[in-house]
Structures are given as structure tokens and as C-alpha cells.
Design a binder for this molecule. Structure first.
Ligand SMILES: [Zn+2]
Length: 155
């Protein structure tokens, strides 16, 4: 009979093959529009094509599966300014980042607030949030966040 507080190891412990790990749940999001205002001149600009971007999100702790957002977004062209630009998705993630804001914030808090070393934070994110982040990536985020808060303090 299991007791409260009894130690139960993580179900993925000892798994050495990537294909044996739980598959990610896919959540679809759309930032796909026919027209968007040009960031330079404000005129309505037509969509020329659309792309999909994958963002890793905190996983589902009940199903013990990772979660990925598949964001379909449109690229637009302003004929007057002769520029291409993408539909805004800054509410989901920073440009070029492969993780959502929520995922990054959780990782940074584990180090800054809870004082976990980077490797331990990386393991914690996998074990409790089913989010795989290499520890070097967490270190980059924490260092960037440190620079930002130092700037805020000086300002
Ligand atoms: Zn324009």
C-alpha cells in the first residue's frame, strides 16, 4: 500500500532512447492574417506566405507529456515601403526563441529564486514540467535576465 510522501522515481528515469520518451502534445495557435498594418507606414499589407514555428511550452504534469505550440503565422509585404514583416507573436515568445515566455520565466525562477544550479534546474524542468531545456540555455537566459535587472536598477 503506497504511503503519502513515499519516494516514487520519475517514470522516464533510466530511459536511454529518445523514441521511448513521452511524445509531445501539440497545441495549435494562429497568428495568420490576410492583412496587417505595416510597422513603418501603417498601411494595410497583404499576406505573401505563411510559416509554422514550434515553441516548447511547460508540459502536462498529469499526462506526464511535453507540450509544443505550433504557431502558424503570416508574412506580409508593404509595397510602399518595400519591406517584408511577420505577424506579431511577441505575446507568445521572444523573436528567435524556441520556448514560450512562460517556459523561460519558470526556468529563470528556478535559478534566481530557488537557487538551483543550472543542471539541477534543467532536470527539475524535465521531471516536474516535462520541458527539456539544455542547462547552457538556462544559463544564457539567467545571464540575460541579470543584465536586464541590473539595467533597471541603474536606470
Ligand atoms: Zn509601409
Amino acid at each position: 500500500m503506497p504511503k503519502p510522501g513515499a519516494y516514487v522515481p520519475d517514470v522516464t528515469e533510466g530511459i536511454t532512447r529518445v523514441e521511448d520518451l513521452p511524445k509531445a502534445q501539440v497545441i495549435r495557435r494562429s497568428r495568420n492574417y490576410k492583412r496587417r498594418p505595416c510597422p513603418e507606414c501603417g498601411r494595410s499589407a497583404y499576406r505573401v506566405r505563411s510559416f509554422t514555428r514550434v515553441l516548447h511550452e511547460l508540459g502536462d504534469p498529469v499526462a506526464e507529456r511535453p507540450r509544443d505550440l505550433h504557431v502558424t503565422y503570416s508574412q506580409h509585404r508593404c509595397i510602399k515601403c518595400d519591406i517584408y514583416f511577420n505577424a506579431d507573436m511577441d505575446d507568445l515568445a521572444l523573436p528567435k526563441c524556441h520556448y514560450t515566455h512562460r517556459a523561460v520565466a519558470t526556468a529563470v525562477r528556478l535559478v534566481v529564486e530557488d537557487g538551483l544550479p543550472y543542471r539541477a534546474a534543467s532536470w527539475h524542468l524535465w521531471r516536474d514540467h516535462r520541458l527539456f531545456v539544455p542547462f547552457g540555455t538556462i544559463q544564457n537566459w539567467v545571464e540575460a535576465a541579470g543584465k536586464k535587472s541590473a539595467r533597471l536598477r541603474r536606470g
